[in-house]
Design a protein around this ligand. Sequence first.
Ligand SMILES: Cc1cc2nc3c(=O)[nH]c(=O)nc-3n(C[C@H](O)[C@H](O)[C@H](O)COP(=O)(O)OP(=O)(O)OC[C@H]3O[C@@H](n4cnc5c(N)ncnc54)[C@H](O)[C@@H]3O)c2cc1C
Length: 417
Amino acid sequence: MKVIVLGAGVIGTASAWYLAQAGHEVAVVDRREGPGLETSFANGGQVSVCHAEPWANPGAPLKVLRWLSREDAPLLFRLRMDPSQWSWGLRFLLECTAWRTRENIAQILAMAFYSRMALRELRAVTGIAYDESTRGILHYYTDRAELEAAREATAVMRRHGLDRVERTVEEAVAIEPALAPAAARIVGATYTPSDESGDAYLFTAALARLAQEKGAQFLCNREIRGLRATQRGVSGVVVAGPGGEETIAGDAFVVALGSYSGLLTRPLGLALPIYPAKGYSATVPVADPGKAPRVSLTDDEAKIVITRLGSRLRIAGTAELSGWSTDLNPVRCEALVRRARSLFPDAGDWSVPQYWAGLRPATPSNVPLVGATRIPNLWLNTGHGTLGWTMACGSGAALADLISGRKPAVDFAFTRP
Ligand SMILES: Cc1cc2nc3c(=O)[nH]c(=O)nc-3n(C[C@H](O)[C@H](O)[C@H](O)COP(=O)(O)OP(=O)(O)OC[C@H]3O[C@@H](n4cnc5c(N)ncnc54)[C@H](O)[C@@H]3O)c2cc1C
């Protein structure tokens, strides 16, 4: 079968790899000059099954309200005259009940577990390298109430088989000695030794090369304009590229356009509950390797992650629901560096941060949309929100199974016609 994958982020590229492995003829189309240059470019780097708790949870509505007017808020709704933002916000509120949160955690855990296993298998088979680290994820707390609140999420995750455990401050410092100067500010931590980290962009670029070796084509510098479709199916995708406008034909089409996915499907009557949640990162060179953390860290109070990627430190986080702009907001950028520097003053060269912003393709539940649509040969692999890197391999493998007519090895609520 000829499968056209729309989007060459970490999700589209992983889809292409597993589809090529399954023996399909694959072409990936993207507007950028290479794979992985939008949201998958400079994210937090965590492969974090332990972050399965979605933004939408019983405590979220109050926090979001409190944060509404704060320019440096970890999750900021910047209200706009945009019906898609309002309807997303309403659906987000509906996902905040305790039972919806439990359901969503179970779905996210299932896909994240499966994906982490698929990533390990891929690494073992191909030797793919991407500044990866398998030292786990340490989540530290500076607020006792938040630490106590985290016990419930930790217990739920343990019931699902995740090795997330609570650790004292002393134990946390033993796991990550670079935390020692900040120990007085920390009240406790949770640690998930089985979680990982690595550079999602390096991974995407390397996996694209491997997929090309398997025969997949990457058609870059091509802006996708629309799909030619009837109720019987999609016959082609209209793209504008270096040679002008053309229609690329295929037997099946996978929408993996991140935050832009819904803009493509809407004219076909498929409204996807995806809204961009803008986040920022700062990357600095490691200054003193002995003082820079090696274990990937999550700072609960600041809602940021700090990940060592080889000789670099990546600090990432914050979320802003404010539309599709990726302009850098200096207040939010500087807040990242200020926080990391205050905790690890000698770890990085803080004078030369490389700032970046990306748009998480967020669904109200943070459960991604993977599977079929009511248009017979149109498939979705999108809406991975805060965990696209974590869930990339699993979603790609499962989607390739579905397209090949096989039952995926993960118990997940795939989208259906
Ligand atoms: C600050 C931040 C920190 C994060 N940290 C983590 C983390 O630690 N762990 C984790 O698991 N996840 C993290 N994420 C989330 C993760 O980065 C995303 O979920 C993931 O990158 C989404 O991948 P994607 O392939 O769906 O989207 P993208 O990478 O955006 O790919 C979509 C592709 O579609 C292309 N495209 C879009 N529209 C068109 C068009 N019209 N024509 C042609 N091409 C088009 C784009 O060029 C792009 O290449 C973070 C995100 C942010 C912003």
